[in-house]
Design a protein around this ligand. Sequence first.
Ligand SMILES: [Zn+2]
Length: 538
Amino acid sequence: MFSSSKWEGLAKIGRFDVNSKSITTPTLFPVVDPFQQNIDIQRMKSDFGFDQVITSSYLMSKRFSNSENGIFKLPNLQELPSIESYLNYDGVIMMDSGAYQVMLYGDIELGVIDTLELQMNVGPDIGVIMDHPIGYNVPYNSAKKRIETTLTNLKTSIDYFRESKVHWTLPIQGGKYIDLIDYYLDKVLNEDTLRHFSMFALGSVVPVMINQDYDTLVKMIATARSKLPVTYPLHLFGAGHPAMFALATFLGCDTFDSAAYALMAKDGRYLTVDGTLQLENIDEFPCSCRICSSYTVKEFKALEKTIKFQFLSEHNLWESAAEIKRIREAIKMGRLWDLVHQRANSVPRLGRATRLATDFVSTGNLAKLHQAGTPSSLQFAPRITKKADLQKVDYQRIKSVSKRIIFDNSCTRVIIIAYTMIDSIFNKLVDDQISKVMKDENDYQILLLLPPFGLVPIGLNELFPVAQLVHELEIESFDFDDEIRQITNLFSDKTKRIDIILPETWPSKFYEKVVQITGEIFFHINNKPLSVLKELFN
Ligand SMILES: [Zn+2]
């Protein structure tokens, strides 16, 4: 059972219950293997706080195989240990289908039924049916064939499922071919299929990541997320670097797995959310985890090789665990958007992918879901420190409500009061004094010109986040084109005269654009709008 509490756009804090255990999402499944592991698997939970791990069907099949004369033979199922004792771990255990490694190494034959039998016998909490992942350089037609095979496997698997503790995962395939993901989703998203599954997992991600093709990754996730029901967790097979977790969560992924902590440590790579460092180039550890606060870099480098590998893996895990916590806190505060943009500089090509993701949630096929998941009020006003922040739902919401109200209440006379919003407008507008001044008037409308929002009816000045907002953009950076269009529209409706009250620091390009509008417009340069209103109406 999957339920979610706090939302920010597509990201959510969720709870996934399996076999009387539960995990909080978003989260990471560290990839573990008892034979290569340099960190005791139970410590994943007791030390690092990972209540879930993922392990490989492929490796387990090989370990327990009955191979003779170099010919692979499947394990004798009755002789297999339970997955808990194999891993010595009592948290939630996910097992992959082995498909990716079979594709990569091709050294054993692990069929659809083989992997189901293996999983149903050893009993992970979450299992995966055998799919056919698609490599990065696989041509379109071959990818299409692999999709068809996965669909056949899906049917075979469903027919073969029997009562077991395994909660099954439905892999989502198509690779970098977005239309194939669409095609696949159209085939599998029906009640008859879905009722057999508890989770979705987007596959063929690692080859895309290895090629640093994050734009394609964003498109793959966006395509899947736009169609998959949010009542199931969405797993990303192989999210790799902790710097990627925020973006994947932002696009609606709930869980990811990664072996990067160990694989990268093998090559002396030290993971940080700001990018990857080579141990040999570090003079001081930019981290205060247990490892980094116990050794100087010099002491660390002098450690014995296997210990160094273990400790580097541990640091990489601490960094991953900390990022997961940061992401969850950010969702609660409505600050994941900001975190995603902070991470955009950490890995090459992530900046462009982040912009693409922002477009998907602002105007693309995720916009509706993103808007629905954005709370209408937060503890803190969302921050605007760069142009991209203007795409945040909070501003778009105020903009569209304002436009509707202005249009529905058009009047003969309009007064526009501009504020730079470099300081908050909270308490600056003395509503009751304004209504005293305007007491004998009725055919008028007072609008505020607030750079991040555009024209806003004065009645909305206390609505979140109008009153709370302080932006950090240069006032000159706004083009005012949308406002100019709105002012023009006012004249083409009922309005006969517009008075615009501007502070002294208002940019001149605004005047230059306004004077080109046909209509009776009066400018008042004054930092005290109330005194202008008194002059005009008393
Ligand atoms: Zn550390």
